[in-house]
Design a protein around this ligand. Structure first.
Ligand SMILES: Cc1cc2nc3c(=O)[nH]c(=O)nc-3n(C[C@H](O)[C@H](O)[C@H](O)COP(=O)(O)O)c2cc1C
Length: 308
């Protein structure tokens, strides 16, 4: 009796076959999972954040499990944008899955340099700008923490590429709505909310921090209500802006919650470590839910949260 729902979603100029992506940094470059997961079925693969030069990342220990989540301090380990374009991208694009290149930088110039290299490559569907990066010129303050800095880096990257531009917000700004508005004003086609939350973990027995860097980013189910709160608030303030929800998704139901709150699409991060095929199960679960509840598309469900 159910309808066959249309899973396609459009985030401005970017159209995806379904709304479920794997999040930056939590699925490698995607290729690492090709023997475990039918990666061609994903809504999109977001790469780990790419920088101009290769980065070794932080010293270990740089990952620690916490209640209902994990703290990581990987430190943007990656092979650099040139190696990605030369060695990884040609293999990845043969799968036909939309590829979203996440970019990071310590200066506005680094971001724009990386973005312009990606712009010249073939087979990248969009750029995702990771704003949770320390700004060298401002003593290590995150770009995404202030509206003026956000606008500065977004408009510079906007000029460096004609690809659809997703801006991924840091939850560490006091008021995400003003940052979101600044990013859209400066040229973002869509917003992704949110990156990890700062946290520490202590080993009382050893009387030490559990991470070599002391501070890491908290992700996983522990952050879901806060991430959903931010997404919902930004959706209320900017209802026309395509939003991608990320934080703590570990089931189709979690993903559906984000869509009901106004998300066009979702990303799955930490849960991939426990369950690498989760994204495919979430796609199937969304399809089943839409069909069982008589919605003919994801669009029809978006924001369809009852008020009382
Ligand atoms: C190990 C690890 C590495 C990550 N690396 C990146 C990264 O390179 N760039 C980025 O924008 N976000 C990165 N993230 C953040 C995730 O993309 C995501 O925003 C966050 O983990 C919240 O989603 P989750 O609760 O589903 O994991 C990383 C997260 C984890 C756990």
């Amino acid at each position: 009796m159910g309808v066959t729902p249309d899973l396609r979603v459009s985030l401005g100029r970017l159209t995806l076959p379904n709304p479920v992506m794997v999040a930056a940094g939590a699925f490698g470059y995607g290729l690492e999972y090709r023997d475990l997961v039918d990666i061609a079925q994903l809504g999109a693969i977001v790469t780990r954040s790419l920088t101009l030069a290769p980065r070794m990342g932080n010293p270990p220990p740089r990952v620690v499990e916490t209640p209902a989540g994990m703290l990581n301090a990987i430190g943007l380990q990656n092979d650099g944008v040139d190696a990605f374009l030369l060695e990884i991208l040609p293999q990845l694009r043969s799968y036909g899955v939309p590829i979203i290149a996440s970019i990071a930088g310590e200066t506005v110039e680094e971001y724009t340099h990386v973005a312009s290299k990606i712009d010249r490559a073939e087979g990248v569907a969009a750029v995702e700008l990771n704003l949770s990066c320390p700004n060298q010129a401002r003593g290590g303050m995150e770009f995404g923490i202030e509206a003026t800095l956000t606008a500065q880096v977004v408009s510079a990257v906007r000029q460096a590429t004609t690809l659809p531009l997703i801006v991924k917000l840091s939850p560490n700004a006091g008021d995400l709505v003003s940052i979101a508005a600044a990013a859209v004003e400066a040229g973002a086609d869509a917003l992704c909310l949110v990156n990890t939350f700062p946290g520490v973990a202590v080993d009382a027995r050893e009387r030490r921090f559990r991470l070599a860097t002391k501070v890491g980013g908290l992700s996983g189910p522990a952050i879901k209500p806060i991430a959903q709160y931010h997404l919902w608030r930004v959706h209320q303030a900017l209802p026309e802006v395509p939003l991608i929800g990320v934080g703590g998704i570990s089931s189709a139901e979690d993903a559906l919650e984000y869509i009901l709150l106004g998300a066009h699409a979702v990303q799955i991060g930490t849960a991939n470590y426990i369950h690498p095929t989760l994204a495919l199960e979430v796609i199937e679960g969304i399809r089943r839910y839409l069909s069982e509840h008589g919605f003919d598309s994801v669009e029809a469900l978006r924001g369809a949260l009852l008020d009382s």
